[in-house]
Design a protein around this ligand. Structure first.
Ligand code: CMC
Length: 391
């Protein structure tokens, strides 16, 4: 119709210009603000990468220290928010609790909702970065029937999240530095990925000038689906099922190729990467290092066999399907002690700086307009209404 172009799933449509993240899907390249993901994974921290994404440059040592201290002062949730967690059923999915709690959080800070007030956006940024790990750990503790722990601001952001998730009120928490470092690395790898489904959602919601809390809450919902952030737990379920069925990888790949009951190889394929996802390569290496220390995991062997079988199979070769970031993350999260319904929540904590950076870029871009895609109408042409007795 007219000059409207049909582009289902926005495969070819750029919705914005952005300076944040660069991806070359054919070459398997990912950079945040120009820095290769491999260098950030090796040398940076999640805190520093968060600063980089949001403010555009790596911080000096004193800027990083000030940012860290500021976040530590905002980790506490307003006490009334705690009642909120009591309202959910014990088996509520923590992603739903997280997104609901983030919109609820916004109601306590209604004086900082104006997206065009830079100070309001800044304080909302700090509050979300500092409080979402607290909310995420509370969603987990409620599902376990455990008491909620106050943040301990001697810990940094990631350590604090581990303490609030796994600590016990009556015992001194023995933080495992290897675990904290591995989780920090996984958060760096998830921190931004340009205009994916959840980030586009954050931008679309924000383009109506909705406040940052509501835009982030919408992004969390978008991330919850198994084709996006939910893939990490879907991979672990898939590996468990193959293991229980006797570990026949070739039989599973045959089912995928024949598209039997719509079965997919979860953790494989990507809209943009038509090559090895550079994040997956780093996660795979980390998984090996961790399991070397923690002990042999049969599901890791199965995952590697599955990867190898798929990479040598014409179906996957022709379609350029490679492992994505989620193929190995579930195995690591499980070994850290997280139940599978928390995996996507971990993705959300990692992606938060990217969502915030993209929201801020959008709000400050004079070219921004409210997002409003068109459609190609294929329904009935005009027809006359008939009263019910005549139909
Ligand atoms: N297993 C089997 N076949 C696949 C897979 C897969 N994982 N992924 C794509 N295909 C096939 C698909 O059936 C299609 O085949 P055909 O041409 O015969 O119809 C072809 O490859 C092209 O796929 P598509 O569905 O058109 O690709 P897309 O860009 O729309 O979808 C995707 C991308 C990530 C949703 C998809 O690859 C998928 O569903 N993967 C499994 C879920 C997953 O791992 N998601 C995590 C993505 S990375 C983390 C994140 O960003 O959230």
């Amino acid at each position: 119709t007219g000059d409207t172009t049909l582009d289902v799933g926005f495969v070819n449509t750029a919705s914005c210009q952005s300076e944040i993240t660069y991806i070359d899907g054919d070459a398997g390249i990912l950079r945040y603000r120009g820095y290769p993901i491999e260098q950030l994974a090796e040398q940076s921290s999640f805190l520093e990468t968060t600063y980089l994404l949001i403010y555009g440059e790596l911080p000096s040592a004193s800027e990083l220290e000030a940012f860290d201290q500021r976040l530590r002062r905002h980790t506490l949730l307003v006490e009334d928010m705690k009642n909120f967690f009591d309202g959910f059923p014990r088996d509520a999915h923590p992603m739903s609790v997280l997104s609901s709690a983030v919109s609820a959080l916004g109601t306590f800070y209604q004086d900082s909702h104006d997206p065009h007030d830079a100070e309001a956006v800044e304080i909302s940024t700090i509050r979300l970065l500092a409080k979402i790990p607290t909310i995420a750990s509370y969603a987990f503790r409620k599902s376990q029937g455990q008491s909620l722990l106050y943040p301990d601001n001697d810990f940094n952001l990631v350590e604090n999240f581990l303490w609030m998730t796994f600590g016990q009120p009556t015992e001194k928490y023995d933080l495992d530095p290897d675990l904290a470092k591995a989780l920090d690395l996984l958060f760096i790898l998830h921190a931004d990925h340009e205009q994916n489904c959840s980030t586009s959602t954050v931008r679309l919601v924000g383009s109506s000038e909705a406040n940052l809390f509501n835009a982030i809450s919408a992004g969390i919902h978008a991330l919850s689906g198994p084709l996006h952030g939910g893939a990490n737990s879907a991979v672990l379920n898939m590996l468990g099922q193959i293991h229980r069925d006797g570990g026949d990888v070739k039989e599973f790949v045959r089912k995928v190729k024949n598209k039997e009951q719509g079965v997919k190889l979860m953790g494989f394929g990507h809209r943009v990467y038509k090559n090895y996802d550079p994040r997956a390569a780093i996660v795979k290496k980390t998984a090996h290092e961790l399991f070397e220390k923690a002990g042999h995991n049969p599901l890791l062997d199965l995952a590697m066999e599955l990867e190898q079988t798929a990479l040598e199979d014409d179906y996957f070769v022709e379609r350029k399907l490679y492992p994505n970031v989620d193929f190995y993350t579930g195995l690591i999260y499980e070994s850290m002690g997280f139940p599978s319904n928390m995996f996507t929540v971990l993705f959300a904590i990692g992606r938060l700086p990217g969502w915030i950076a993209q929201y801020r870029e959008m709000i400050n871009d004079p070219a921004t307009k409210i997002g409003r895609p068109r459609q190609v109408y294929i329904g009935e042409s005009a027809r006359d209404y008939l009263p019910a007795a005549q139909r």
